[in-house]
Design a protein around this ligand. Structure first.
Ligand code: FAD
Ligand code: NAP
Length: 509
């Protein structure tokens, strides 16, 4: 008998996630892109030398395969021969070799939990471990082990009641400042999934409902007392004897990081040009979903490309920038706007660009570490963005200018290659005219000779020129987002200039 997670694992919940801390990609040789890998896996080649058989692998056997030319790695109890994949690994061969002949689950989770290795490496599957794997599967630990015994008192609970036409599920979160961003509800067919975020933990109500319900649902939140109501409309006005059958993760209270991502299909309702290579995609959530993406958090989009599931993160923006735009009053909660650069050789963005209006795409729950309170306690806010690294700044900027009174200065320093690459330049300039606290500085790395503005790349001298406290002791928040090396350099320069780590927030994956 194999002591490994059975069928349910790897589960749909093991969907790809991004780990904390940016990491540099290693330049790959030509012909070694993800698309090239996908093509190779479709070639019918025998990647394991086992002619499609799966074997039981002992720890001793696994340990023998620890060289580049013969490298096996165990992830969540499954063993893969990663030698054929070495040259295609964006993180480089050395990263993969760190787990050669061993259990790489923890390393994998630290670096890129969101990558769907089950799909990417399916042709490299050697078999299952014959012994208990070192790392336990995600989301399967009993509640006490994950959060500790004292957590029991904090565990939310739920109850339900019905009228002739409605089913109301009441979740007692035991959390004072509940808000709409902390409640994610989906009802697909008869399957109800209600997730409540309490600090870094996630409570789940997951049921196969007793009877069918109508498509639209409502969520009421009593913020002060932390009570959440999910109101479903019965399809037939009959009396329900029970709410439904609990599903696998029902009533669990675990770390958010251990909860698998959940996807729902969203409809593409519009696609508008922002610049020559960047578009604003508007996606519509199903009526049976309640989801709000917090400021600076990202979602994952999932597409099947050439038979392989590919997932990439994107940070929702607003439909436009204006001081009249106040979330949540004017935000309908139904649409998600994404500003996405289409790379001419990009695997995911090319597929995205080929979607038609009315097509569907899978969108995950949000993830991210940014907290509004970081802005609410600041006097000076500096936003350093490069290219589409502007996306997390959009909601943040709107929030800062419309809701945070204590801010004295808000400055966006926006790095781009050329003038044509500047996203929403007009809107930003209008905003600067409308609010005297806001200033925008465009810096171009490859300007034409007509450019009269600033030129250069992120550097200590540029930052010392633009990032300055308005008062000697003023509380500062500096947010940075762009290509990983840009962000890393930015942090280094800021530290040299005397800013503390606590004053800097990086939007990374
Ligand atoms: P790939 O096939 O991976 O790469 C093909 C080529 O495209 C590369 O060789 C390179 O020339 C270029 N390229 C690809 N990725 C990058 C990159 N990251 N930096 C520079 N050049 C690159 N992108 C957006 O447009 N809007 C967003 O809101 C957004 N939010 C993000 C949020 C997070 C947390 C992270 C980590 C990334 C975000 N990205 C965003 C980037 C996005 O996830 C993809 O990396 C990007 O869309 C490229 O995917 P691709 O498959 O088309 O390109
Ligand atoms: P880009 O157009 O290639 O570059 C924008 C500006 O940044 C240019 O001036 C460019 O200068 C500069 N730059 C690029 N790489 C640099 C480096 N290594 N060091 C210093 N400056 C550098 O940018 P893009 O294609 O839009 O890419 C945006 C990046 O932001 C992507 O990597 C994306 O993954 C990331 N992003 C992250 C998040 C997030 O984590 N939340 C959200 C959105 C986007 P050059 O002329 O020298 O290239």
């Amino acid at each position: 008998m194999l002591n490994v997670p059975p069928q349910a694992f790897p589960a749909p919940s093991s969907q790809q996630r991004v780990a904390a801390g940016g990491r540099a990609k290693v330049p790959l040789k030509p012909g070694r892109s993800l698309m090239d890998w996908i093509r190779l896996t479709k070639s019918g080649k025998d990647f394991t030398g086992l002619k499609g058989r799966l074997i039981e692998v002992t720890e001793d056997e696994l340990a023998k395969h620890n060289k580049k030319e013969d490298c096996w790695i165990c992830i969540r109890g499954f063993v893969y021969n990663v030698t054929p994949y070495m040259e295609y690994h964006p993180g480089g061969e050395d990263e993969l070799m760190k787990a050669a002949g061993a259990d790489g689950t923890d390393l994998f989770d630290q670096v890129h939990r969101w990558v769907n290795y089950e799909s990417m490496l399916k042709e490299c599957l050697v078999g299952r471990m014959a012994v208990k794997p070192i790392a336990a599967p995600k989301g399967m630990l009993p509640e006490k082990k994950v959060l500790g015994a004292s957590a029991k008192d904090l565990t939310p609970s739920y109850d339900w009641f019905q009228t002739d036409s409605l089913i109301t599920i009441v979740i007692y979160t035991k959390q004072k400042d509940m808000n709409a961003e902390l409640v994610i509800v989906d009802c697909q067919d008869k399957r109800l999934r209600g997730e409540i975020i309490v600090d870094d933990n996630s409570y789940l109500v997951e049921l196969d409902l007793d009877h069918a319900v109508q498509e639209d649902l409502a969520v009421n939140i009593a913020e002060k007392v932390g009570k959440v109501e999910i109101i479903l409309k019965k399809k037939d006005n009959i009396h329900w004897k029970m709410l439904g059958q609990p599903l696998e993760s029902h009533s669990t209270f675990i770390k958010c990081m251990d909860r698998g991502l959940f996807y729902r299909k969203c409809k593409l309702v519009s696609k508008t040009e922002v610049t020559h290579d960047t578009k604003l995609f508007c996606l519509m959530l199903p009526k049976s979903t309640h989801l709000r993406v917090p400021i600076g958090h990202h979602v994952y989009l999932k597409q099947i490309i050439a038979g392989t599931e590919v997932v990439k993160p994107y940070t929702p923006v607003l439909p436009f920038l204006s001081l009249d735009f106040k979330e949540p009053s004017r935000h309908d909660g139904i649409h998600i706007y994404l500003m996405i650069k289409i790379y001419s050789c990009g695997l995911f963005t090319q597929a995205l660009d080929h979607l038609h209006i009315g097509d569907y795409i899978s969108v995950s729950n949000p993830e991210g570490s940014f907290k509004k309170s970081q802005v609410q306690t600041s006097e000076d806010l500096f936003l350093l963005a490069a290219g589409t690294g502007f996306t997390p700044m959009v909601k943040l900027l709107n929030f800062a200018l419309t809701e945070v009174r204590c801010l004295r200065t808000v400055k966006l320093i926006f790095f781009n290659k050329t003038e044509d690459d500047i996203l929403w330049r007009n809107q930003l300039e209008q905003l600067a005219l409308a609010d005297e606290r806001f200033e925008v500085q465009f810096i171009l790395s490859q300007p034409t000779k007509d450019w009269v503005g600033k030129q250069g790349k992120i550097s200590s001298s540029l930052l010392s020129e633009f990032v300055k406290r308005s008062r000697k002791e003023s509380k500062v928040l500096i947010c940075i987002c762009g290509p990983t090396p840009f962000t890393e350099q930015g942090v280094q320069y800021l530290k040299v200039l005397g800013y503390y780590q606590e004053e800097i927030h990086t939007f990374t994956a």
